[in-house]
Design a protein around this ligand. Structure first.
Ligand code: S3P
Length: 166
């Protein structure tokens, strides 16, 4: 079996779904953001502040490279991991890519009280989220092998759909 990469916009539920799916499949879960924070010894907001977004993206690509060489896992990717074509190519070669989607309104509800996401800080509104989602739509679409809409569904339901369709 290969990796299952969960991709999608911030707050679409990747980490929550990855936790349940990894238990169901009996394979480890890797949370990319969590691992970056651990390895860099600082929060993502601090990495962005001190070194800029491009540096964060380099760290992300480097981690993805290492993950692709490891044994099978459910990988919860950062929302921007699809912005680089080389990341998409790596993921395609190492497993199945599952895109989780949610409406901007749903995303806002899930992320509005959290300030760990530098891309959204200062822009916590539906208009900004919709715009950024639109800008990224092609990247998510190009990467996805499977697309699962998550609005109104339970984590169990989402996992069941992923298993059926992957
Ligand atoms: C980002 C998403 C975040 C994190 C970073 C940048 C993005 O991950 O990697 O803040 O550009 O979409 P989550 O999607 O897990 O929140």
């Amino acid at each position: 079996m290969k990796h299952i990469f969960l991709i999608g916009f911030m707050g679409c539920g990747k980490s929550t779904v990855a936790r349940t799916l990894s238990t169901q499949l009996g394979i480890p879960q890797i949370e990319m953001d969590e691992q970056i924070v651990k390895e860099q010894g600082m929060p993502i907001t601090e990495i962005f502040d001190k070194y800029g977004e491009a540096h964060f993206r380099d760290i992300e690509t480097d981690l993805l490279k290492r993950i692709c060489g490891q044994k099978s896992a459910v990988v919860s990717c950062g929302g921007g991991a699809v912005l680089r074509e080389e990341n998409i190519a790596m993921m395609k070669a190492a497993g199945r890519i599952v895109l989780l989607t949610a409406k901007p309104e749903t995303i806002l509800e899930r992320v509005k009280y959290n300030n760990d996401r530098p891309v959204l800080n200062g822009h916590m509104n539906v208009e900004y989220i919709s715009e950024l989602m639109e800008k990224r739509r092609a990247c998510y679409g190009a990467a996805a092998d499977v697309v699962i809409a998550t609005d109104g569904k339970s984590v169990e339901q989402i996992c069941q759909e992923i298993v059926q369709e992957s």
